[in-house]
Design a protein around this ligand. Structure first.
Ligand SMILES: [Zn+2]
Length: 633
């Protein structure tokens, strides 16, 4: 694993520094989740999907050759290294060797722009740069830095004559990110000039959000690249990434303006915003594309390192624990293109998307379009990598929580930290700190804003047991740590009510959003459920078998039941935590246009009898109601 690299002046100093890829390994339920992914579609994609098969242009073949290979590697590389999985590493290496062999004498990389193939487009290479920086962060391959430097030299010589366009113009921050990574390692100031050209040629997202015109669902004829959901999810990081170089506080602040505008006009309870696949408003039946889910997560992970703001980690966990599992099958063999918070029917049928196709919400191999099939693999492994970061003061920070094991070097001394927890399903987190020799360093723990405060207990070798309450934000403990010292953090998991349009309510507990699970009839429409090599993976349609049109007594009695997390963490049959509430049917709330109709305004009049309802985590409910009308009390 490679050395940490804080920002090199004149870049603004890092708030936190990401650790080497592989320093954090998942344990417990998070390992099970990552293994399901590796043993599901991710680990079989090359045989299941011709686009990424041996004939892919990035492997020297004749198909695709644009963004799909780089997207896949952007998830495969971190998955292979956080799991320390030799077959996955070998598979990634085959692509990397092929790509490293593809540089032309002028620095260009790969099949795009080759005669008779695709036109000039640096966009897929921006993704590839992220792949190679991660690969370098895992193994320190000495070929990577000269390879990326030569490509940046190509950009320096050619951007004026061939400026950014289309996707690359709206995703320029993803290029700048890797150029800064390279500058931190080489100190070549020409790189900052290349980054500046990308920022100047790139779309002005700061202005876009400062003067935000897109306050409702995009009409089909008005869909343009600035209203595209994935461009926006990537752009959330742009103000922070560019602030490193500009030093302009308005760039830094523009991150919060972007998040606020997306929340206010297009936000969903899971922390994501709608786009199916352009801005689609606040209705819980509009779709959110899977690419946008994983790209929003990645933007937040980079922003956490740049800004160090714990609120960004609250958001990261909310998206990761709900929107990500909610749009994949629990066995990780199939995914949607568009997910819905109120999702009552997943079939091939017309729905009022902005411009997506009829199959966008089925769970399958390639619903609507194959970008998500290539791109969603980064979600879980990059989350694992960013659970912990280093701090510039020479300490470590628990940025987000999940069962894991950290191996880092602090002041030259190896340190391991075991994190044992069933968070986000339960609120207790136990850390065991094992420096290889006694060592003084600050350890920062994040207390989520939604918790208000959390109680911690430290049992350390050279002090009596300590117990204290920490307010939301960073709780930093600096002392000499000895092998076997422990800290237990207890984050209160109170149920919270979020009020949404027309008085609808959503229930949250910790980072989890709760939904009413609807009974499901599954129809296999293509492939086989657990395919062997060479067989097609499944496409499923889901139809409801139980009623879903309930209003809640939102202030009524609630009971929480916790169980151990099963080997399939988001198994609909076995949710680790359930919430018992009381509600009533609303007979007038029916299906419209193959979706649940608009949530009736609250309080809603209904004379039906009270029923006890069992809500489960959003990610455990493939068919669900998440936004409920409220019964009068
Ligand atoms: Zn996509």
């Amino acid at each position: 694993m490679t050395e940490l690299q804080p920002n090199r002046p004149p870049l603004q100093p890092s708030a936190m520094i990401p650790l080497a890829l592989g320093a954090v390994q998942p344990r417990g339920w998070l390992r099970d989740q990552c293994r399901l992914q590796a043993d599901g579609l991710t680990g079989h994609l090359e045989s299941a999907w011709p686009d990424l098969g041996p004939d892919n242009m990035w492997l020297g073949g004749r198909t695709e050759g644009w963004e799909r290979g780089p997207y896949y590697l952007d998830g495969l590389v971190p998955l292979a290294y956080i799991l320390d999985d030799a077959p996955l590493k070998a598979r990634a290496q085959r692509w990397i060797e092929s790509i490293l062999s593809m540089q032309t004498a002028d620095g260009w990389i790969g099949p795009v722009e080759a005669p008779g193939r695709k036109p000039y487009d640096p966009w897929p290479i921006f993704i590839l740069m992220k792949v190679l920086t991660q690969y370098h962060d895992a193994v320190g391959d000495p070929r990577v830095i000269p390879f990326l430097s030569a490509f940046c030299g190509y950009l320096a010589r050619n951007l004026e004559a061939q400026p950014l366009r289309d996707w690359g113009q709206h995703r320029w921050a993803d290029g700048v990110l890797s150029i800064h990574w390279l500058y931190n390692r080489t100190g070549d100031e020409n790189l900052l000039d290349v980054a500046r050209i990308l920022a100047v040629q790139g779309y002005d997202w700061r202005l876009h959000f400062a003067d935000f015109h897109y306050t409702s669902k995009t009409p089909r004829e008005a869909c343009i690249l600035p209203t595209h959901v994935v461009n926006n999810a990537m752009a959330i990081k742009s103000g922070g990434v560019w602030w490193r170089q500009s030093g302009d506080p308005d760039d830094r602040q523009s991150v919060y303006q972007a998040i606020a505008m997306l929340d206010r006009y297009h936000g969903q309870a899971t922390g994501i915003f709608t786009g199916d696949e352009h801005y689609a408003g606040l209705e819980p039946t509009q779709g959110a594309e899977l690419c946008a889910v994983v790209e929003y997560m990645y933007s937040l992970e980079e922003l956490l390192a740049i800004l160090g703001d714990p609120a960004l980690a609250d958001r990261l966990e909310r998206i990761a624990c709900n929107a990500l599992p909610g749009t994949c099958t629990a066995d990780m063999w199939a995914h949607q293109y568009d997910q819905q918070a109120n999702q009552t029917l997943c079939t091939i049928a017309p729905r009022p998307w902005t411009n997506n196709l009829d199959d966008s919400n089925i769970y399958g191999l390639e619903p609507n379009f194959g970008c998500c099939t290539a791109n969603y693999h980064q979600g879980w492994p990059k989350l694992v990598r960013h659970l912990w970061m280093a701090t510039p003061e020479g300490g470590l920070a628990a940025v987000a929580y999940g069962p894991s094991e950290l191996s880092a070097t602090v002041g030259g001394v190896p340190v391991r930290i075991h994190e044992e927890t069933e968070y986000p399903f339960k609120g207790e987190i136990r850390l065991r700190i094992d420096p290889s020799s006694p060592l003084r360093f600050p350890l920062a723990l994040r207390v989520p804003a939604w918790a208000g405060a959390a109680e911690w207990t430290a049992r350390t070798k050279d002090r009596p047991e300590e117990r204290a309450v920490a307010e939301a934000g960073w709780c930093t403990m600096e002392r000499v740590w000895h092998a076997g010292d422990t800290i237990t953090l207890r984050i209160p998991m109170e149920v919270r009510r979020e009020v949404r349009s027309r008085g609808a309510v959503v229930l949250h507990r910790g980072p989890l959003v709760f939904s009413l699970p609807i009974g499901i009839e599954r129809t296999l429409i293509k492939g086989v459920p657990a395919p062997k090599p060479g067989e097609r993976s499944p496409d499923w349609e889901l139809r409801p078998t139980t009623p879903w049109n309930y209003a809640l007594h939102a202030d009524g009695p609630m009971r929480i039941h916790e169980r151990s997390v099963s080997g399939i963490p988001f198994d609909p049959e076995n949710p680790p935590v359930t919430l018992e509430v009381v509600g009533r049917r609303v007979p007038g709330w029916t299906m419209q246009e193959n979706n649940a109709g608009p949530v009736p305004a609250s309080p809603v009049q209904t004379h039906e009898a009270d029923e006890t309802l069992r809500l489960v985590p959003y990610g455990s409910a493939p068919l669900r109601i998440t936004e409920f009308p409220v019964c009068p009390e």
